[in-house]
Design a protein around this ligand. Sequence first.
Ligand code: ADP
Length: 307
Amino acid sequence: MKNIYFIGECMVELRAMSAATLHQSFAGDVYNSAVYLKRCFPQVTTSVVTALGQDNLSKKMLERFEGEQINTQLVFAHDSKVPGVYYIETDEYGERSFIYWRNDSAAKKVVDFLDADALEQLCQGDMFFFSGISLAIIEESAREHFWKVVTQLKDAGVKIVFDPNYRARLWNSIEETKEQYHLAFTLADITLPGVEDLTTLYNVHSVEAVVEYLEPYKIEEIVVKNGPESVVTKQADTLQSHTIIPVTNVVDTTSAGDAFNGVYLGARLSDKSISSAVQLAAKAAGAVIQQPGAIAPKDIFQLAMVE
Ligand code: ADP
């Protein structure tokens, strides 16, 4: 049985439904990817590695993970912190705005829980995934230990997967981000950048420029996402452009990239070719953006995937 670990943060989502009503759910990039992977590839053991608190919301979040058949063996319970929260509001023109309370979240402490036992378990994995958001929330004092863990996993033969997913507000400076991303690209076996994410950081404006920028890192598999435009992949010396069928009824693009990542990696772990993995991933992302919120209702999502 194949095995993948996603490290990062899942938050409490509060969505404004009307002036007096908030809808509460759970979301966060690595969790979203894990959910869509597991829904499409139930045979792949899919684990989230994070820290929650000991409060009731943390317990509900854990139950939600389990409800999605996500392995929670490496979901740790911090004794004094609680999960991060975000509020999302959509205005009359469809523009979304967010407010976050995550600077002191339990997830920021996740690396402190990565002891020898956790490392031994992670070494059994086929893939270890982290994103630019995972890197941004890890405390500066824990970075050295984090990179040591990633290096040990790579040495043990676990494929290291990185999605840059750049969120400027989570970083102190562009220089700090670049320094961390350099380490990530150096260790990555697979990377799934979006063009937009890298534009601000490296002044690259096209899929071709992204591929060229990443050339010196010798990454085994590069998958460049570009919204409704084509997806470009590079493995060894094979460069492929994959056509995406644009969705006309876009309701909410939240987690399009996360769904894409999860399903792509699930497909690759299930021995599918790069082009069929891209097609499945794009289908999943296309289904997700026709629903509000990060996590589409399971029945609607499953139906869209079999159509
Ligand atoms: P992110 O959410 O990380 O910014 P993108 O916007 O590049 O990522 O979208 C990720 C994937 O979602 C794309 O590669 C594509 O497969 C799919 N996607 C995004 N927007 C559309 C769209 N309008 N129509 C169809 N597919 C889309």
